[in-house]
Ligand binder design. Structure first.
Ligand code: 5RP
Length: 216
């Protein structure tokens, strides 16, 4: 089975979790694109917030009702992909540059479900770690960060500069704390296991479902 087929398989399983009338956060990326199609096929009527303009446009084109985040406030469920999933549940997200909004949406959801294909689980996290940086004082922030490259893309929807950290990850918690402590870093792509309620990973036609923290 191709990775695309695995994404669709995991996405179908996640779409089943959406109940009518609930408030749902939608991540960003190719796995989430499959999720949007699964939701549209299922025909469940819920209220959605999107983590990127790309997801908002794609969702609306499939007939999903996407609202402003502030109109929904707390979310019942958020579903998103990931770049890497470590055995202890740490994630790297943000290859699509949406990790700031993805983190805000995931943190506001009672239940955060991460979906992926068989390429996403890794034995240990490795660089790059996506970053979103404040434009103000960028050179100073880059100096403090060390091994970082800027992406050759425009600013994020929130005016942030997208970049990638290429240094050692070591202990993810320690790196997450260091990155968070640098004032010029708006968001980093390390997501702690405590944020995640459930992982749904497809390997061929086998779905592995794993719960860690969160409220299930
Ligand atoms: C975007 C993300 C995505 O969830 C992550 O990059 C995975 O993308 P894909 O589903 O395309 O493999 O964090 O900012």
């Amino acid at each position: 089975m191709s990775l695309d087929a695995e994404k669709r398989y995991a996405a179908d399983a996640a779409a089943e979790l959406i109940e009518s009338g609930t408030r749902v956060g939608l991540g960003t990326g190719t796995t989430v694109a499959c999720l949007l199609e699964s939701i549209a096929r299922r025909g469940v009527i819920a209220r959605y917030v999107a983590t990127s303009p790309e997801t908002a446009d794609a969702a609306r084109s499939l007939g999903l009702v996407v609202e402003a985040f502030d109109a929904l406030d707390e979310l019942d469920l958020a579903i998103d992909g990931a770049d890497q999933i470590a055995p202890d549940g740490w994630l790297i997200k943000g290859r699509g540059g949406a990790h700031l909004r993805e983190k805000i949406v995931a943190a506001s959801a009672k239940r955060f479900v991460v979906i992926g294909d068989s390429s996403k689980p890794v034995t240990s996290l490795h660089a790059p770690v996506p970053l979103e940086l404040h434009a103000f004082g960028l050179q100073s922030t880059l100096r403090e960060l060390g091994d970082v490259t800027l992406r050759a893309v425009g600013l994020s929807p929130d005016g942030g500069v997208l970049a990638d950290y290429h240094g050692d990850i070591g202990v993810p918690q320690e790196l997450a704390e260091r990155l968070s402590s640098i004032p010029g870093v708006s968001a980093h792509g390390l997501f702690a296991p405590e944020m995640v309620s459930e992982f749904i990973v497809a390997t061929g036609k086998t779905l592995s479902r794993r719960t860690l923290g969160g409220q299930l």
